[in-house]
Structure formats: C-alpha cells, structure tokens
Write a new protein. Structure first.
Length: 192
C-alpha cells in the first residue's frame, strides 16, 4: 500500500523525492500505531484513530515537523479514500497546526552579546571593518533583515532629515528614523 501511495505521489501529484521521503515515515508510523505489524485494513479506521495519533505525535515533534506530519496524513487519507479503502473523509479530521508568521518568537542575541560583537567590529580600522560595523549597527539598532541591508543604496538615506528608506518584501518602502550613531557609521564606511 505504501508503495502504491508513493507511486501516486510521484506520478499523479508530481511531488519531489524529498517530499515523498518526508511523508513516508509519518504514514508508516500511523499505520503501525493502529494496526501493529498485522494486516492493514483501512476500512476499520475512524476519526478517533487519527485524532489520537496526531495528538500523541505532535507533542514529540517541533512545529514544522508537526506541520509535515499532518500534511502527510491528510494526503494519505485522501489517497485511501480515492482508492475506495475509506468511505469517510478522515483527511478532514486531521487537526490543523498553527504555522503563521511569528507563531513562535524568533531567537535573539542577548544585549551583552550584541555589544560584544559591535565592540569587536569597532576595533577594526580598515574599510572592511568600518563597513562591517555599519552593517551590524543597521541590523542591531534598526532591526533590519540581511536582505534589506543588502539592498540599501546611498539614495535611500535622507541625511538632512536623518531618515532611511527600507525596501521590504513585496517592494514596500518604509521610512525609518536613522539614529546618529548609525548615520556616523554609514558615513565613515562610505566617505573614506
């Protein structure tokens, strides 16, 4: 059955080998948890079997793995229904997992570690050291993403009003106030 499922994922759904390999262990664990090593009879499955498995396994996995597991189970249960092994739509009984942006807090460096990194960059007297220090200040003081820093050009800086234009996702431009130390670091790295 698992071979047929994998073949369906490959031929009918055109899923990548990595995705198929990611799905297989969860489907196998689900079947073993319900049927042991004996004969698999999917017509004996019910919503409680699905719910118990997801709840038990979700507590043992990280969020992204739980998301992969629930996606794999839904996919397999749709396949089983398509084959005629299930009459109930058990795929609809697989719990959803919170996976929205910022559903977990990002890890941040402690302030003393940030100060230590900035102090090391300050010790450099080369052009590269000044550039690195300006980049680190943009990241630490303004909270910019690496890609936002990479896309900065001198025209993004309004020196008179101490503002900096940040090009974000989707081409959105945001004006941020530029702290004096950040402006000095950029000027030192740029106008040598």
């Amino acid at each position: 059955m698992l071979r047929e499922y994998d073949l369906c994922l490959q031929k009918e759904r055109s899923l990548s080998p990595a995705t198929r390999i990611g799905y297989a262990p969860f489907v196998g664990q689900f079947l073993v948890s319900r049927f042991g090593r004996g004969r698999v009879d999917l017509s004996r499955l019910n919503a409680l079997d699905v719910l118990k498995f997801v709840r038990r396994r979700a507590g043992q996995l990280k969020n992204k793995r739980v998301l992969l597991m629930t996606t794999a189970l839904r996919s397999f249960l749709r396949f089983a229904r398509y084959r005629g092994d299930l009459t109930l739509n058990l795929a609809a009984r697989v719990l959803s997992v919170a996976s929205w942006s910022l559903s977990t807090l990002p890890k941040a460096s402690p302030p003393d570690r940030v100060d230590q990194v900035l102090a090391e960059a300050r010790k450099r007297s080369s052009a590269v050291g000044r550039r690195d220090y300006a980049i680190l200040l943009l990241l630490a003081r303004l909270g910019l993403r690496g890609g936002e820093v990479c896309h900065l050009v001198l025209e993004d800086i309004d020196w008179e009003d101490s503002r900096i234009a940040i090009r974000g996702k989707g081409g959105r431009v945001t004006q941020l106030p530029m702290p004096a130390d950040v402006g000095k670091a950029i000027a030192a790295a740029t106008f040598v």
